[in-house]
Each structure stands twice: as C-alpha cells, then as structure tokens.
Ligand binder design. Structure first.
Ligand SMILES: Nc1ncnc2c1ncn2[C@@H]1O[C@H](COP(=O)(O)OP(=O)(O)OP(=O)(O)O)[C@@H](O)[C@H]1O
Length: 605
C-alpha cells in the first residue's frame, strides 16, 4: 500500500493515534454497484435509454430474419405472411427506421446519463479534495489528482454505462439469437454451439493474459508520469547541475520500457485477433458446409441459411461480450478504487462533523503540553510537550534553526494540522472546540511562497474577504506596501496575475494585502517578507505595529524583523526554550545568542 492510502486509512480509522491498526481493506467489488446507484439518480433518462436499447436490440435481432426473407423474395419466393411485395418492402423499411430512431434515443440518453454522472463524480471528488488536510497533499501527486478529477471520473461513468448497456444488449443478442437459431434449424444450431465452449475458454484465457500485460503497461506509464512530473518540476536544478544528458538517458530508458511492454501487448493482441478470425472462418465454413447439405435436402431455404449465418454472428458477438463483461466489471472496480477511497472518506469525515463554538478570538494564544509528529514519520516528533503563551495584541517572533518546526507551529495554530496530544487555546478556548471556518476567517496567514490565482490583482486581494469594497482592497494594498507597484502596472488593480511577471517580493506584498483585507485578529507571517528589501520590510513592520488588537506571529530569518518584535520565542529541541525581548535574549549563554552566533539570521540590509 502506498503512503497516501495508508495515510487515508489513518485519518479515517485513528486520527489521533498515528499508524495504529489499519482496519479491514475496503472491498473494491462494490464500486461498480456504487456507480450503478449513481446512474440510477438519472432514472428517467436511463430508462428511456434502456427502452431505446431494447427496441434497437429487437430490430437488430429481426435484421437477419428480414434479410433472409428478402433474399428468398428476390429468388422468387412469395413474401412471408401473405404480404404483398409492396407491403413487405414497407414493413422492412419501417423496421429499419424504428431501429435507427431507437439507436438515436439509446446513444443520446445513455450518453447524457454518462455525462451527468461524470459531473456528479467530479463535484463529489472536488468537494472531497477540498476537505482533505494539508498532509494529504504533501503525500499525493497533484497530477494524479487532476487526472482523477478529469479523466478517471469520465472513464468510470462511461464504464458503468457500458457495463449496463453492453451487458443488457449482449444478453439480448445471445439469448435472442440462440432462440432464432433453434427456430431456423435445431440440428445446425447444435452443431454450431458444439464449438462455442472451446472457443470461449481459449478466448477468455487469452484475454486474461492481455489484461495482465495491459496492467503492467499502465503501471509503467504511471511511473513515467510521476518521474516526469518530478523532473520537470525541478528543471532548474537539472540545468544548474548540468544533468540534462543524464536525465535524458534516464528518460529514454523509461520510455523504452513502456514501449517494449506496449509492443508485447500489441503482439498478443495481434495473435488474439488472428486466432479469432481463424476460428470464426473455420466455424463459418463448417456451418456453411453442413448448412449447404441441409439446404440441398430442402429442409432449409437459401435465405434461411443466410439468416442462420447472421444469427450465428450475433450469438457469437453476444457471448463474447458477455464473457468480457466480468473482466470489465473487475477492471472498473479496480480502476475506481482510488476514486471511491477519496469520495467515501469524505462522506465519513462529513458524518463526524459536529457544531463547534465561535468565540471571540481576542485573547492570548496558549500552547499546553503540545506534541505533534507527522503521520508519515510517526517516530520523529517535531513538537513535544511544548508550552508557550503569546500575549494578546503582541508582535511575537518565532525563531529557531531550519527544520526546528516553526512552520509546523503556524499550521497548528491555523488548524491545518492537529496536535497529537496537548492543547492549543485562543482566548481560553481549545482550537479543537472552535469552528474551523470561523477560526480561519479571523486568522490572516502569509507564507514565503504564496499562491496567487490567475485572476486580476483586485480579485486576488479580495479573495481574503469577498465582501471587501474597492476602497478596502486599496487600503489593504497600501498597508502591505503594494499599492504603488500595482498602480504602475498596465491595468492597475485589473492586471491579470498570469499576464504579467510578478516578482517574489511583489507576490508576498499582494498576499499580505489579501491577509490584511480580512481584518484578522491573528496574523501569522511565515517568512512572508523574505523576498522584500530592507526598506519595504521596515515599512511593513511599521504598518503592523499600527494595527491595534492584532496578535502577530512572525517567523523570520532577518535580524531587523526579529528586533522590532515585542517578544521572541526560541524553538529548540521540539520546545519553546526561551521567551523574552531582543534585549533580554541577546546575551551570552542564551539559546537565542547561540542561534545568532551560528549565523541563523541574516543581517539587515
Ligand atoms: N509534510 C511533512 N511530512 C513529514 N515531515 C515533515 C512535513 N513537513 C515538515 N516535516 C518535517 O518537520 C520538521 C519541521 O519542519 P518545519 O517546516 O516546520 O520547520 P521550519 O522550522 O519551519 O523550517 P525552515 O526554517 O527551514 O522553514 C522538519 O524536520 C521537516 O522535515
């Protein structure tokens, strides 16, 4: 099991006790049933499609009979059921027209059902993804998720419709055609059926072999996709280390492996198709041989034999489709397992939701014996029995060596992560008792590499507070020292983020404006001004000082930022080991002093 799915199991079964018990595996066999239940939500269109399918199957079944009768009429025999030639022609035409109309209804209605089901699956999956916590995204390939949302949802819905429609149609053709064959000539039917089990068994075993090859091919392709995604994401590192040729050779090896498996699959497919055509030709010739002698004896007409041959084709097609149905159900169950794992998980999470408090967040933030370790590395605690109190309205610097756990602490305060033990309180209320949406609506958070969306700068800032007026957006941008450079852009606030080159520092200031427009009660800046020059950063510090009532937690590597804070918390050995002002801590023997001596901080520009 990969780390992502083991993580999912952890969340669902034992959110607080990492890696304890994995529970019984979910049964993939029910996925097709879930898909069929989703199809049923469109029952009026689905039923209309099935009526169309039934009618087109029936007209298809009548086709060989009609064709045989037409051949006999062309050979000079009278039309069946004492019909005149004109009436016979008209009835043939009406059968064909009915079949064509039924095909339209079938294709349109079943296609609509597939599309609506795809939409339903995509909506549910997207909702499920938005509910996952950040750890999920750090252990899951983003390209896989996008693929799941776009392609896999479509394939799953199409497969469910195909299983239903093809299953129904194959059943109709195999049973209907066998019935018609017996009616035409029981003797010839028994002869034709005798070869069927042999053909069926060899075709099925060969198909299984091909499925195995196909799975191998898919797995190799997935590996290629993941490694290409990783390499293209790190293309600057490849260039800087001049490893282009090495990477190209690695890529060539991987594509060679994929191509070789694909060739094996095509060879097997060619062998299968060749064998199939050989056995069909052999059985058709023998049916024709025996059938010819029956016609010669006068027990069957030439038209009857033609109908018989066509019905044999229908029957073979029906049985072969039925035989592949089981493997199609199995492959759909398997290919949709990851999809339903996410969707079902979301349903479980949803059921556990309870109504939480929305207290005032104006008050101190306190850490009480807080411990945390990432579920993917349960043996390495990042924070352990950490106790810390951040006074309300203070501007606090959180410092520590790289990897000490500063960003982890900021994620714990915003509830992006949940402590493994202990408790974080805001204004005396435990975070676990505070409504998450409410909490995040009142916390502004800016990270070192903020994500901006490909809309206008105005929309990006307003993302922090959709109800903000233009004036409020401008004020937030002024406070974040972003207004001037925004106004210098070709379309000012309407400039599209994707249409212009925005520097790291400009991005950070837009992100700060987006956090400020919320009018937060707590502001967390995680290296949020690292790309700014000293002058701009100083201006922002001044602005933050003027924001009354807001508690600001600053994670910074720049000494000037730290110096301007009211108090400093030093994170070392998984705990806050010291707190105090810069003047108090900047003395020989303190952990802070050791950090300064170890050049953990940049000097001001
Ligand atoms: N998603 C994750 N899964 C597992 N371990 C993680 C994850 N994110 C961070 N860690 C680990 O947790 C520890 C603390 O990381 P964190 O990013 O909180 O440190 P930091 O003090 O903010 O570091 P820096 O100053 O370099 O940004 C590190 O050892 C890191 O490798």
């Amino acid at each position: 099991m990969d780390s992502r799915s083991s993580y999912l199991l952890l969340r669902v079964k034992a959110p607080d006790k990492a890696l304890e018990g994995s529970g019984p595996p979910k049964r993939a066999s029910s996925n097709v049933r879930k898909l069929l239940r989703l199809l049923w939500k469109e029952w009026p269109t689905l039923c209309t499609g099935i009526v169309g399918l039934s009618v087109s199957s029936l007209t298809n079944l009548l086709f060989p009979k009609v064709l045989g009768a037409a051949l006999d009429v062309a050979c000079g025999r009278p039309p069946p059921r004492n019909l005149s030639q004109k009436a016979f022609l008209l009835s043939v035409l009406s059968i064909f027209l009915t079949g064509a109309s039924a095909s339209f209804v079938r294709v349109y209605c079943l296609g609509s059902v597939a599309e609506t089901t795809t939409k339903r699956l995509r909506d549910r999956l997207y909702a499920a993804l938005l509910r996952q916590d950040i750890l999920f995204f750090s252990t899951t390939e983003r390209t896989d998720l996008v693929h799941r949302l776009t392609k896999e949802c479509q394939v799953a819905a199409d497969s469910a419709v195909a299983i239903l429609a093809e299953g129904y149609r194959s059943l109709n053709s195999s049973i209907g055609a066998s019935f018609m064959l017996f009616r035409l000539s029981p003797k010839l039917t028994l002869f034709a059926l005798a070869t069927l089990p042999c053909l069926g068994i060899s075709a099925m075993s060969f198909k299984l072999f091909m499925n195995r090859l196909n799975k191998k091919y898919e797995a190799e392709l997935a590996r290629l996709r993941a490694s290409t995604d990783e390499k293209l994401g790190a293309v600057s590192a490849i260039k800087l280390f001049t490893q282009e040729n090495y990477e190209l050779e690695l890529f060539k090896d991987e594509t060679a492996l994929v191509a070789s498996t694909a060739r094996k699959y095509h060879a097997a497919e060619g062998f299968f198709m060749g064998g199939l055509s050989l056995s069909i030709n052999a059985s058709l010739s023998s049916v024709l041989w025996i059938g010819g002698s029956i016609v010669a004896k006068g027990d069957l007409t030439t038209g009857g034999l033609t109908s018989f041959l066509l019905y044999s084709g229908f029957m073979c097609l029906g049985f072969s489709q039925l035989s592949t149905l089981a493997s199609r159900v199995r492959s759909t169950n398997e290919s949709t397992a990851a999809l339903f794992e996410l969707i079902d998980d979301d349903e479980i999470v949803g059921k556990d939701d309870k109504v939480l408090a929305k207290p005032s967040l104006v008050g101190p933030i306190t850490f009480e014996q807080v411990s945390f370790q990432y579920p993917t590395r349960p043996e390495v605690p990042v924070i352990q029995n950490c106790t810390w109190s951040i006074p309300q309205g203070a501007m606090v610097a959180l410092v520590g060596a790289s990897g000490a756990g500063k960003s982890t602490i900021s994620s714990l305060v915003t509830k992006l992560l949940t402590p493994s033990s202990g408790c974080i309180k805001v204004n005396g209320v435990a975070l676990s008792d505070i409504d998450t949406t409410y909490l995040r609506q009142h916390i502004g958070s800016v990270r070192q590499e903020p994500s901006l969306f490909s809309t206008s700068i105005m929309d990006n800032i307003r993302y922090g507070n959709p109800a903000a007026t233009d004036e409020e957006v401008h004020n937030a941008a002024i406070a974040a020292h972003a207004h001037d450079f925004i106004m210098e852009m070709p379309n000012g606030y309407d400039t599209l983020v994707s249409s212009t080159t925005i520097s790291g520092g400009q991005k950070q200031r837009i992100a700060l404006a987006r956090a400020l427009v919320k009018k937060p009660q707590i502001l967390i800046l995680d290296e949020a001004t690292s790309a700014l020059d000293g002058h701009s950063e100083h201006g922002i510090q001044e602005t933050l000082r003027q924001l009354e009532e807001i508690t600001v937690i600053v994670i910074a590597h720049r000494l000037s930022t730290i110096q301007s804070c009211d108090t400093i918390g030093v994170l070392e050995n998984r705990q806050i080991v010291e707190t105090g002002t810069y003047a108090e801590l900047n003395a020989s023997g303190t952990a802070f002093y050791s950090l300064v001596a170890a050049h953990a901080f940049e000097e001001s520009e």
